[in-house]
Design a binder for this molecule. Structure first.
Ligand SMILES: [Zn+2]
Length: 351
């Protein structure tokens, strides 16, 4: 049926539904928007390697989604450089190009700021063996790592577009995480020392689907300098307990990773700059080297207990078929729920 032959009442209903989709997204159940956006980024934008056309297409898509939700959104270019094996290539080559951070601001009344970040790029193949095995490269959907974090970021942005927080909230979809956190490092470098001083907290969301358990960690450097910098993590754990969401922190079984702290994603760039962080991930810190790398038990579906950068494993069909039923809906909902409550407290806005 096309629009011309549609009776007026149906046209009105269709218009009403379209408007609801555009402005009424928060009326949906918590997590629904996050899951939908996660699936879209993974399915429609595979191979989002730093500085490639696919990464730029994903950045433009995300800016478009933020605009639909009512935000202004800027693409901030970052010069990136890394060694990789290009699609169809046999030898590593030096890549040089432009990646982008996608930034949207919800201004506050004070000059203080909370940053919510998640990377949208996927891994490149670093060696011929990796390229051959489909580790990184053009077919990688990166549903877990990290369309999942981007889905949560987009739902938070959609739900918070009309709030008037005491402290500003900045959403950053980072490019070039997989090649040495180059997007996050550029974002930190772009801030003058007095701007960094005004950031109360950086919240990072990376890979919340494959892992057995949800975790929240503080930054090892900021917490070593002042244990009070673990406060946001502790509040998050308390909020999750109140909401009945299972949330853990690193138990500290590996001395290289002190209890309550995490590692290895964009929050590291902020932790190194003295900015308090909390990073949210799903993995299993009791398995393997107890460094948070092994996400789940070894099985036929997960031969090394993880899906990192693997085009065959970190994809919708595989994860839907082999994780506990409902995981792709449940996890984004849990993280959105806990982060909404944390942001309400930390940024200061009404319920
Ligand atoms: Zn990641």
């Amino acid at each position: 049926m096309n629009a011309v032959s549609t009776p007026p009442i149906f046209r009105l209903i269709v218009l009403g539904l379209a408007l609801l989709t555009a402005i009424g997204a928060p009326a949906e159940p918590i997590g629904a928007l996050a899951e939908r956006e996660m699936r879209t980024l993974a399915a429609d934008f595979p191979g989002r390697m730093a500085g490639t056309e696919q990464e730029l297409a994903a950045a433009r898509h995300l800016a478009g989604r933020l605009k639909v939700f009512g935000h202004g959104a800027d693409l901030q270019p970052i010069e990136v450089r890394y060694t990789h094996v290009p699609a169809g290539g046999a030898e590593p080559v030096e890549f040089q190009g432009l990646s982008h951070n996608v930034v949207a601001d919800r201004p506050g009344r004070s000059d203080r700021l909370i940053i919510v970040g998640a990377h949208y790029d996927t891994a490149a193949s670093m060696t011929p063996e990796q390229a051959e095995a489909g580790i990184g490269g053009p077919d990688l959907q990166g549903l877990d790592d990290n369309a999942s974090g981007i889905g949560v970021l987009l739902e938070l942005a959609a739900r918070l577009v009309d709030v008037e927080p005491e402290h500003g909230i900045r959403f950053i979809a980072f490019g070039a995480e997989e090649v040495g956190l180059q997007g996050a490092r550029a974002a930190v470098a772009a801030m003058a020392p007095e701007q960094r001083e005004r950031v109360d907290l950086m919240i990072n969301i990376d890979s919340i689907i494959t892992g057995d358990h949800l975790y929240a960690h503080a930054g090892p450097m900021t917490v070593a300098a002042d244990p009070a910098h673990g406060e946001a993590r502790d509040r998050m754990l308390a909020i999750a307990a109140e909401l009945g969401v299972e949330l853990k922190t690193n138990p500290g079984l590996n001395p290289d990773y002190p209890a309550g702290t995490g590692c290895c994603s964009d929050q590291v760039a902020f932790d190194e700059a003295g900015i308090p962080v909390v990073n949210i991930e799903a993995t299993n810190w009791r398995l393997g080297d107890r460094d948070g790398f092994q996400q789940t038990s070894v099985s036929e579906a997960f031969p090394s207990g993880e899906t990192w950068h693997n085009s065959r494993l970190d994809r919708i069909e595989h994860l839907e078929a082999h994780l506990t039923p409902g995981r792709l809906s449940e996890r984004p909902a849990q993280v959105v729920q806990v982060l909404l409550a944390l942001l309400q407290e930390q940024a200061g806005f009404g319920p």
